[in-house]
Design a protein around this ligand. Structure first.
Ligand code: UT7
Length: 324
């Protein structure tokens, strides 16, 4: 028998305000046709001025706890993946803990930008699978629109706000790929590529929040190669074939990246969950939001083999295999 960390609940939250491509075309020199054809994005959600990232995280976490049949009292670990936290410190996870009224216990943030959720899941899995946590909240929450330079059409049309969460609970398995729970990971970073995607502000540099800067076509090129590599590594780590995977839940940056990876690895596109049209790129929130959408509409069922993957600033990238 082995200890497994099992996803027992999922939840998502998107702010009410929807911004269409046509609305953005009034702000920068772009068009609905360009954005849709190059990215697949049709709209994005945007947080209200008085709605910090922790509010989005709390809403998603409540829904995840409800779907797991757990209460805030059960939570003994909170990991928030975010690059757009409420304050420089404390960690947004501690703000979420306070707002939810969870008991005292470890709560901290993980910063791996768009790969943040995969990284956070691996960290929480470390706690749960070693018996250090019985019921963990793993949340991806972002307000990427706060980092936009609204004069840069190459980036401001791509991102949105939102949060997604999972409840991870200790479970028993046989130590085989048939077990429910987290089965394998691949996590990678290459800091030499950080100039391709970064924010030009920081506490210990210019003291500003800064704006997101990206060499989009370079990032695109790396994304297809790196994500494909991460998928193969995570599948090998889990001892499964890519062909066995029931659902691929990618980070939602660009529909063409999703299609490129699927083509490269011979993945049936019908198995790829896509929310990029409605959510745009919500960074660390995009995977749990996509997972939540597909669980709620009944596509993903208990026992399905899932593969989540992402790439983002750092560059960081990674993938994770989970039997739901
Ligand atoms: O989540 C983190 C990871 N991020 C990503 O994975 C994003 C990866 N990159 C991408 O998704 C794509 O590279 C973009 C969507 C950002 C850009 O698409 P692209 O096909 O790589 O376009 P490009 O950057 O090569 O630009 C092509 C043209 C340029 O015009 P010229 O120089 O050919 O005249 C751009 O100025 O498209 C122009 N352009 C736009 N035109 C209308 C760039 N942004 C826009 C825009 N509207 N919003």
């Amino acid at each position: 028998m082995v200890q497994r960390s099992v996803v027992t609940g999922v939840g998502g939250y998107l702010p009410d305000r929807i911004v269409t491509n046509d609305e953005l075309a009034k702000v920068v020199d772009t068009s609905d046709v360009w954005i849709t054809e190059r990215t697949g994005i049709r709209q994005r959600h945007r947080a209200a001025d008085d709605q910090p990232t922790s509010d989005l995280a709390v809403a998603a976490a409540r829904r995840a706890l409800e779907s797991a049949g757990r209460t805030t009292d059960d939570v003994d670990l909170i990991v928030v993946a975010t690059t757009t936290g409420d304050q420089t410190f404390p960690a947004t996870a501690t703000i979420v803990q306070r707002k939810l009224g969870c008991p005292v216990g470890p709560a901290f943030d993980v910063q791996a930008v768009c790969s943040g959720f995969v990284y956070a899941l691996s960290v929480a899995d470390g706690f749960v699978a070693r018996g250090r946590s019985k019921c963990a909240l793993v949340i991806g929450a972002e307000e990427m629109t706060r980092l936009m330079d609204w004069t840069d059409r190459g980036t401001c049309v791509l991102f949105g706000d939102g949060a997604g969460a999972v409840v991870l609970e200790a479970g028993r398995g046989e130590g085989t790929k048939a077990d429910r729970g987290v089965l394998g990971f691949a996590l990678m970073a290459d800091g030499t590529k950080q100039d391709l995607l970064y924010v030009d502000g920081g506490v210990s540099t210019n003291g500003q929040i800064g704006y997101l800067r990206m060499q989009g076509n370079q990032v695109f090129r790396h994304a297809v190669v790196n994500i494909s590599e991460a998928i193969l590594s995570a599948a090998a780590d889990a001892g499964v074939e890519v062909s066995e995977v029931d659902w691929f839940i990618p980070h939602q940056a660009n529909l063409r990246i999703l299609e490129g990876v699927a083509r490269r690895l011979g993945i049936d596109e019908a198995k790829v969950i896509t929310t990029v049209a409605e959510h745009a790129n919500t960074s660390a929130a995009s995977i749990p939001l996509a997972l939540d959408a597909a669980v709620r509409d009944g596509r993903i069922k208990k026992g399905d083999l899932l593969l989540m993957e992402a790439m983002g600033g750092g560059l960081t990238w990674g993938a994770c295999v989970v039997r739901f």
